[in-house]
Design a binder for this molecule. Structure first.
Ligand SMILES: [Zn+2]
Length: 227
């Protein structure tokens, strides 16, 4: 009798821990709820940006150890965003092409679990999103990106590298180098023309207007690739 009771307690604690992965009072949408949502509103679909946009360059840092956590966070190097975000980015890429420029994506849709991990690694919400609210990346409505020269494939000179947690990364920080100033302005102008807004502390991060209409998701790339 006692043993059964102890087993019951252990089982209860284990299942509680499993459910407790969402310990910040936010329960993101999983795959099944997402699919149901897309059925009712096709705008909610997460689009594979690499397939949707010609010549888009991907450097998904969280699928490598080359990021601030020094850990590989994603299993796959994929960039997904909701349909209106993907369509806007496609227009931006086409417009930039006229100037011989293109976009390189560092990060796009991000599963909620990764946001929790970033918060637990960094322990502050100045540069990483609060797990209590989730990130706009979790909604498939934020993009981290930079500009590349289409011919050479090289990144244009920008104020800092990706995920630099410094004041130099703020779009409002004055830049002495005219080339850097111009590049940053070209990027922000191109993005803001099509409904994005630059983040106040990260020149590379852009939120899509209307992000509030999209739920926080916790779907792995594997699930999107091989449902
Ligand atoms: Zn970002």
């Amino acid at each position: 009798m006692n043993q059964i009771f102890i087993f019951a307690i252990i089982f209860f604690l284990l299942s509680f821990n499993a459910a407790g992965q969402y310990k910040y009072g936010l329960t993101p949408q999983g795959y099944n709820a997402y699919i149901e949502n897309v059925g009712a509103d096709p705008h909610k679909e997460l689009i594979d940006l690499e397939q949707h946009i010609p010549d888009l360059v991907l450097d998904i840092r969280y699928a490598t150890t080359n990021n601030f956590t020094r850990q590989r966070i994603y299993d796959l190097a994929k960039a997904y965003a909701r349909k209106p975000v993907a369509d806007a980015l496609k227009k931006i890429q086409a417009e930039l092409k006229k100037e011989g420029l293109g976009i390189k994506i560092f990060d796009a849709y991000r599963p909620y679990k990764a946001t929790v991990k970033f918060y637990e690694v960094y322990g502050d919400t100045t540069y990483v999103a609060s797990p209590y609210r989730g990130s706009r990346h979790n909604r498939g409505c934020a993009l981290d990106l930079t500009l590349v020269d289409l011919k050479s494939g090289k990144e244009l000179k920008m104020p800092t590298g990706y995920d630099s947690f410094s004041k130099q990364a703020w779009p409002s920080t004055p830049m002495a180098d005219p080339e850097i100033r111009r590049n940053r302005q070209t990027l922000i102008r191109a993005m803001e023309k099509f409904g994005f807004k630059v983040n106040a502390s990260e020149w590379w991060h852009f939120d899509f207007t209307g992000w509030k209409n999209f739920e926080v998701l916790d779907i792995e790339f594997q699930e999107l690739e091989h449902p």
